[in-house]
Design a protein around this ligand. Structure first.
Ligand SMILES: NC(=O)c1ccc[n+]([C@@H]2O[C@H](COP(=O)([O-])OP(=O)(O)OC[C@H]3O[C@@H](n4cnc5c(N)ncnc54)[C@H](O)[C@@H]3O)[C@@H](O)[C@H]2O)c1
Length: 430
């Protein structure tokens, strides 16, 4: 292993922090991880990985000798000069980003001429400037600052670390920026080295653009339903145009997760706070909220009143291959169904534990076929691979009704029809 790679620190061992730590440990760096959650640190030290992310547990186990986990900052400051910050920046009630965890990290830094904070957390534009101001006011002007936004996707996060589309480094042109560039060099990714504010904006603008693409195709899907067109054919035809591209043209029941909703809202608020009304993003957010609720009208179209009906939700996580339930469409859907008097049965292969905490009154099943037992309708919410091969003949025998709403357009409509069930996708015409 390369002995010249410099040790680094990672503050915050959530999805981003752990993947960053594992990724750099794979490259040969010693990584000093710090988290305030003592239980999480204890589990990591016991060899347990507290989140579900494909390949992560194996990567951490394989590089265990280079990974150190502690609740204390001191060992990290002693061994590393680059301190990657990967703490949460959840939304506040106003939609602005809550930077309290970031500020707690900044406040904990001692005066130093040999350390730098490297911001992986998604923060509003201007955060780097205000942190540098805070350092200067407190006699810590020697502390360097680098913005290095993270673009990984939960579910493929390690692969994204190993082969990023780009690495963005925003800095003041000093040793810290050079060191971060050097750290990522073995990955061979295109580098965007720029000023701090621009790097911060790259992250927010990228997520806002992707969310816009999703809301756009969802609206096209809704119009397709009115006009008898099939949105999958439309998306195929559009996506072949290289100016458009086929990614993120998959209609469904709205985006969720820990990033898109909060980052889009944070950019909208940031613009508003700076005196600019970002009209387009207001519409993107509203379309997404309405899209989550459209399933209810599909159910009502077929079942009439939902009072006393049983609806089975297949998949609860905000997307497959993660246990992350933050802002998942299933949360809105279950709450709406319950408010309309329906009984909700649900199954998710990985996210059940977290879902139980967030979805009171929902009846959890141990498998997909258990979930559909006695259901008047089934809604595919998260496209876990196992649902694509569900035995629809068996499902039909177990269900009380016949409706299957395919919220992600991934099910085999012919197999569902052959089982005597009614398939209703998103934007699939008439
Ligand atoms: N999850 C993603 O897919 C993703 C992708 C790109 C960027 N981001 C951004 O990365 C940041 C982290 O996201 P996440 O999903 O990994 O969050 P997370 O909630 O999974 O993890 C955050 C961790 O930080 C720890 N923490 C909080 N305050 C701390 C402190 N003062 N000192 C040390 N540790 C502290 C928490 O205990 C937790 O373990 C966010 O800003 C997010 O927007 C997330």
């Amino acid at each position: 292993m390369n002995r010249e790679r410099e040790p680094i620190a990672v503050i915050g061992t959530g999805y981003v922090g752990l993947v960053t730590a594992a990724g750099f440990a794979e490259l040969g760096n010693e990584v000093w991880c710090v988290d305030i959650d003592a239980d999480k640190v204890a589990r990591l030290n016991a060899g347990e990985v507290p989140i579900y992310e494909p390949g992560l547990a194996d990567s951490i186990a394989a590089n265990r000798e280079r990974l150190h986990f502690s609740t204390e900052l001191a060992p990290a400051l002693e061994h590393a000069r680059l301190l990657f910050v990967a703490v949460g920046t959840p939304p506040t009630y106003s939609g602005d980003a809550d930077l309290s965890a970031v500020h707690a990290v900044v406040d904990a830094m001692p005066p130093s001429d040999r350390h730098a904070l490297v911001m992986k957390s998604t923060v509003p534009v201007g955060t780097g400037a205000s942190i540098k101001r805070a350092f200067a006011q407190r006699g810590k002007e020697g502390f360097r600052y680098v913005s290095c936004p993270e673009f990984l996707k939960e579910g493929t996060a390690l692969a994204d670390f190993r082969k990023p589309d780009r690495v963005v480094v925003g800095d003041d042109g000093d040793w810290a920026g050079d060191a971060v560039v050097e750290l990522y060099a073995p990955l061979g990714a295109p580098l965007v080295r720029t000023d701090i504010a621009s790097a911060e904006m790259v992250k927010l603008a990228s997520n806002a653009f992707l969310a816009t693409k999703i809301s756009f195709i969802n609206e096209i899907a809704n119009v397709c339903e009115e006009t008898g067109s099939d949105v999958l054919e439309v998306a195929r035809g559009m996506g072949l145009d290289r100016r458009i591209g086929s990614h993120f043209l998959r209609p469904g029941i709205g985006y969720g997760g820990s990033c898109f909703p909060k980052d889009v809202s944070a950019l909208k608020q940031l613009a508003g706070n700076s005196g600019y009304h970002f009209q387009l993003l207001t519409a993107v957010i509203e379309v997404n909220e309405l899209q989550k609720r459209r399933v209810i009208s599909k159910l009502q179209k077929h079942l009439g009143s939902l009072v006393g009906k049983t609806v089975a939700l297949l998949g609860l996580a905000f997307k497959p291959d993660t246990d992350d339930m933050r802002e998942a469409s299933s949360l809105v859907l279950a709450a709406r169904l319950q408010a309309d008097g329906a009984t909700v049965r649900a199954y998710d292969p990985i996210a059940e534990q977290e879902a139980r905490r967030l979805m009171p009154g929902v009846d959890f099943a141990g498998g997909a076929l258990d979930a559909v037992q006695g259901a008047d309708a089934v809604v595919l919410v998260t496209e876990w691979p196992e649902f694509r091969t569900l035995d629809w003949g068996e499902a039909a025998k177990r269900m009380q009704g016949t409706l299957v709403v395919d919220g992600r357009n991934v099910l085999d409509a012919a197999a569902i029809a052959a089982a005597g069930l009614t398939h209703e996708g998103i934007g699939r015409g008439g």
